[in-house]
Design a protein around this ligand. Structure first.
Ligand code: ADP
Length: 216
């Protein structure tokens, strides 16, 4: 569970002392702060309950390293797409809309990427694209996804070296749920191989991970 509490100045001082000198007894902390053990008791109780400090009988208080800040703000800004990308679900652009719907359920994803016979990215197929196609068409088995997909060059992509912040910006400004992570195919201008995907869920999970590691 994430416990995020705002520490008082005194509580922050306690955490600092324990970080530097832990394991340390309550008595010793009190001495350093020139306070009585009784005065400190509620603060120590709060910090232990929040998980910032751990207390062990006859050892004293020590700092809970798991709760240490693992991310500095600049590191967060530099997290790379290549380290967080997920597995892309790819279909041939000649596949039927019917097969694409089945694939979407089987793979439990919201977006499929379509490739041509040479494996180059050709289109993006979202849930709404499939719903729209299902409304007006009876023969979904005969309708290729290439007719209904969003096509190149209108596909918003992201490169492995780009940052998650750049990916998040593309998702938000283009109002889409996912981005194919691509690599340019050598000697073939404007042709891309799909090597991953970044979704709004990817970004949300990283955000949560950071929040949990940063919580005190
Ligand atoms: P949903 O349709 O499930 O709400 P999206 O919001 O991602 O999913 O898709 C909205 C529209 O944007 C669809 O027509 C889809 O083809 C298109 N789209 C989705 N992802 C991209 C992308 N990376 N680049 C260009 N168009 C996209």
């Amino acid at each position: 569970m994430v416990s995020s509490i705002k520490l008082t100045k005194r509580q922050e001082e306690i955490v600092q002392i324990v970080k530097e000198d832990g394991p340390i007894t309550g008595e010793q902390i009190a001495e350093k702060l020139k306070l009585t053990r009784a005065t400190l008791r509620p603060d120590l109780a709060i910090l232990t309950m929040a998980g910032s400090l751990e207390a062990r009988p006859r050892v004293g208080y020590f700092f809970n390293k798991d709760k240490e800040r693992l991310f500095e703000p600049t590191e967060v800004l530099n997290l790379k797409v290549k380290d967080y990308k997920g597995h892309p679900i790819v279909v041939q652009k000649s596949s039927s809309v019917y097969d694409a719907i089945v694939q979407m359920f089987l793979e439990d994803v919201g977006t499929l990427y379509a490739v041509d016979s040479e494996g180059c990215l050709a289109g993006v197929i979202s849930r709404k694209d499939l719903l729209r196609a299902a409304i007006g068409n009876k023969n979904l088995e005969d309708l290729p996804v290439s007719v209904i997909m969003t096509r190149m060059p209108n596909i918003i992509t992201v490169k492995p070296e780009e940052t998650l912040v750049q990916a998040a910006k593309k998702l938000v400004t283009n109002r889409i749920d996912s981005l194919p992570v691509v690599r340019e195919i050598k000697h073939k201008p404007d042709s891309y191989e799909v090597i991953g995907r970044i979704t709004k869920t990817t970004i949300t999970k990283v955000y949560l991970e950071i929040a949990e590691q940063k919580s005190v």
